[in-house]
Design a protein around this ligand. Structure first.
Ligand SMILES: [Ca+2]
Ligand SMILES: [Ca+2]
Length: 308
């Protein structure tokens, strides 16, 4: 069985569907130390696990830095409303193989069940934001911050924020396979005619949805026939999933309006559909491969075969 690790990444500016999202964590930026113990207030930690460091002298903006060998860097208890959606935003960076991660321990009366929120995040060398949304499984919870790699590298956290509500832009999750599960070679080419490959002017930048990564071969067949520079986004059967092996790039391209065509053979969630609608309205192409009845998700008009 493939053991996939899902990392949720985003580069978008914070923007929430709710008007005034409420921060649920104390001292999310690690900037306050009112009790003067040299560690950020509100977080349970110690000097053996982190270094508390002012990013710029007199800047009053602090970061926490993992110590070598430290696994759990800091924790904080938090009360959640069961069933409510929340958004976790990390501003972090890493070096030398350090891996960022945040886990929620939760339960009815006491926190005891694990729920990774962002895990094995191979953060960039410069500070960037990583976002995920989730539904609170239980009311009693504790947030754990890690260097998942433990013995390797360093992780720096500038901010760990937990707010009510969801962002109103699509979050494309980074889907990563463990090294042992990754393919050894490029996909085998099947017999085909290169009718649009290579293309004059270079490959077409395409955003392609698929129900499941198991259907990826169909897309590979297509890309052997037409030059596509594509990001494949797994949507699940009902559109409640949004994963990509190039999630980070897909998020950026979507935000920057770089896609020339959207190829949609699966159901997509509303945030993705809205983003596609906006970009098609600005001139991007749209190919709905199946589910013609649902083409109204993206464009006004009648389904194929409807003469009314
Ligand atoms: Ca900070
Ligand atoms: Ca303190």
């Amino acid at each position: 069985m493939l053991k996939a690790l899902v990392l949720l990444l985003a580069l978008a500016p914070p923007c929430f569907a709710q008007d005034v999202p409420t921060e649920r964590l104390q001292n999310p930026g690690f900037d306050r130390d009112a009790d003067g113990d040299g560690l950020p207030d509100g977080w349970s930690t110690d000097e053996g696990r982190i270094q508390w460091h002012e990013k710029m002298f007199m800047g009053k903006d602090y970061e926490i830095i993992s110590r070598p060998g430290a696994y759990v860097l800091a924790t904080q208890d938090v009360d959640l409303e069961k069933g409510q959606k929340y958004t976790l935003t990390l501003k972090c960076k890493s070096d030398a193989g350090g891996l960022a991660g945040v886990l929620l321990l939760h339960g009815e009366d006491r926190p005891h069940r694990e729920m990774p929120l962002l895990w094995n995040v191979q953060a960039a060398g410069e500070y960037e934001e990583y976002v995920t949304s989730f539904e609170a499984p239980n009311p009693v919870a504790c947030v754990y911050i890690y260097n998942v790699a433990r013995t390797k590298g360093t992780v720096y956290y500038d901010r760990v924020s937990l707010r009510e509500g969801e962002p109103d832009y699509p979050i494309i999750n980074q889907f990563s396979l463990k090294e042992i599960d990754r393919p050894l070679t490029e996909p085998l080419p099947s017999r085909h005619i290169d009718w649009a490959s290579p293309l004059a002017g270079g490959p077409i930048k395409a955003f392609v949805t698929i129900r499941n990564f198991r259907c990826l071969r169909q897309l590979i067949e297509l890309t052997q026939r037409i030059d596509l520079d594509y990001d494949a986004v797994e949507t699940g059967y009902t559109g409640d999933v949004c994963n990509s092996m190039t999630g980070r790039r897909a998020m950026k391209r979507l935000q920057d309006g770089e896609y020339e065509v959207f190829i949609v053979p699966s159901r997509v969630g509303e945030a993705v559909a809205k983003s596609i609608r906006e970009q098609v309205a600005r001139g991007a192409g749209l190919v709905v491969v199946e589910g013609f009845g649902r083409s109204s998700t993206f464009v006004e008009g009648h389904p194929v075969g409807d003469d009314a």
